[in-house]
Write a protein that binds this ligand. Structure first.
Ligand SMILES: NC(=O)c1ccc[n+]([C@@H]2O[C@H](COP(=O)([O-])OP(=O)(O)OC[C@H]3O[C@@H](n4cnc5c(N)ncnc54)[C@H](O)[C@@H]3O)[C@@H](O)[C@H]2O)c1
Length: 291
């Protein structure tokens, strides 16, 4: 691994456990989280505590920053905004103060403003790349757009490298029972995009490993959607029409292709999602049979 001493914020969370498992064999990993847990290498701290972060980041080479309130349903607006935005600022500032060389930050495809917004706010074009306009109006998505602004600013200062990864909806095991229902739902709030947690963990490992790291946001998504009906058919039904197709071959090659285009992560980070939802369903069904 390019960096030997790595801190993982949010290391006790749902995604954090997968990222820790992926990174731990390859580096000296410190987990930072506010929850009381018995985890190897865990340091308890709050990411809004700038002084504590400086103590923890001293001598570290890289930080993977996942700690956040991960949706608009879990905590009040003010708490979510403070932890996600103030916390990300404190992580970046403390990392810069301590001479950390690279910080990889969990943003979200929610920055697009497609998930929690009014029904008419559809994609402006398809497939959606990282240059697509961002129109978040809910406090969680806005907190992630602000987080990306902070990332851009610290990268531009030039003292540390910053990458922002935008995973789409991560399907954790408790969600597997309803995966087919989500795919059939025309109003699916993630527009059917998904990714397995193992693949997101791989994306963070790629972002730590890549040699050149100029600032950019990167979508992390599976290549297809959760839908079994063609993606364009569902979009037409949902919005009453379709936006322009930036790449007409996209849905010709796979009618159930994801609306998000993750080719930037493929080309620059060497990332490719490997787990499809069909694999997840097969594993789920095999476990039911065994039980
Ligand atoms: N779950 C998804 O589908 C998804 C999709 C895109 C992006 N993300 C992003 O990925 C990251 C991880 O999400 P997750 O689903 O694992 O969430 P999670 O809630 O399971 O994990 C977040 C972790 O951060 C910790 N944390 C929260 N506030 C903290 C604070 N003030 N100080 C220290 N630790 C704190 C929590 O204790 C928890 O262990 C988040 O940044 C989230 O926005 C998640």
């Amino acid at each position: 691994m390019r960096f030997q001493k790595v801190v993982l914020t949010g290391g006790c969370g749902r995604l954090g456990r997968y990222v820790a498992q992926r990174l731990r064999p390859h580096c000296d990993l410190t987990l930072l989280d506010r929850v009381p847990a018995e985890e190897p290498g865990l340091v308890r701290a709050d990411i809004t505590d700038y002084e504590a972060l400086k103590r923890i980041f001293a001598g570290q080479e890289a930080v993977v920053h996942l700690a956040a309130i991960p949706n608009p349903r879990t905590a009040p607006a003010d708490v979510t905004f403070r932890i996600n935005v103030q916390g990300s600022w404190a992580v970046l500032q403390a990392a810069e103060d301590c001479g950390v060389r690279r910080v990889v930050v969990a943003s979200s495809d929610a920055v697009l403003g497609l998930h929690y917004n009014p029904p008419g706010w559809g994609p402006r074009y398809l497939p959606i790349d990282e240059d697509h306009p961002q129109r978040p109006i809910d406090f969680y998505s806005l907190s992630k757009e602000c987080t990306e602004a902070i990332c851009r600013s610290y990268a531009a200062r030039g003292r540390l490298q910053v990458l922002a990864l935008r995973p789409t909806h991560i399907v954790f095991p408790p969600e597997l029972p309803e995966i087919e229902a989500r795919g059939a739902d025309v109003q699916n709030y993630h527009l059917w995009t998904y990714i397995a947690p193992e693949d997101v963990a791989e994306g963070f490992a790629c972002a730590l490993q890549v040699a050149e790291a100029p600032y950019a946001p990167y979508f992390l998504t599976a290549a297809d959607g959760l839908n079994t009906r063609p993606t364009l058919e569902l979009l037409r039904e949902r919005y009453g029409g379709l936006p322009p197709l930036r790449d007409p071959g996209w849905f010709a090659a796979n009618p159930c292709a994801a609306i998000l285009d993750a080719r930037r992560a493929r080309d620059r980070l060497g990332f490719a999602a490997r787990v499809s939802w069909h694999d997840m369903v097969a594993a789920r069904d095999a476990a039911r049979t065994d039980a």
